[in-house]
Design a binder for this molecule. Sequence first.
Ligand SMILES: [Zn+2]
Length: 165
Amino acid sequence: MRTLVLNAGYEPLAVVSFKRALVLVMNDKATVVEHIRDEPVWGATGAYDRPAVILLTRYVRVPGSRRVPVTRRGVLRRDGHRCGYCGKSASTIDHILPRSRGGADSWENLVACCLRCNNVKGDRTPQEMAWELRVTPQPPRGGQWTVRGTERSDPRWEPYLALAA
Ligand SMILES: [Zn+2]
């Protein structure tokens, strides 16, 4: 069984053997997002759950890579799950220039947002609200989708692959 590796922004990055994945996790280079239950790996110090999906703790920068696909999770993670307007805990993302007014689904136009600010802002711009953005939204650098179509996919990967599509 193979393990899907997500870059720090949750973009699918690579597929590796579960042994390689375990080494990354044990060296604190990655955290396990999804386990494969009931198929433990036996090591010197006991049994481990096999990782189905792991998340790198730092961005891997791929030279000459394309832009990182925008994902909801990626925006939340980039902004540290903090609202771009008020700094409180964010669980949604906001189109800075609303989509209804031509705002793009881009890293530059999306920001983590708390439910309250999102509801209050509605279809208005920060300028219209007299709100200041605490951050300058930028695309994360690095990561590239390198999961090839020929890789045998695991059903547990699908939610993560769909996010980047
Ligand atoms: Zn807020």
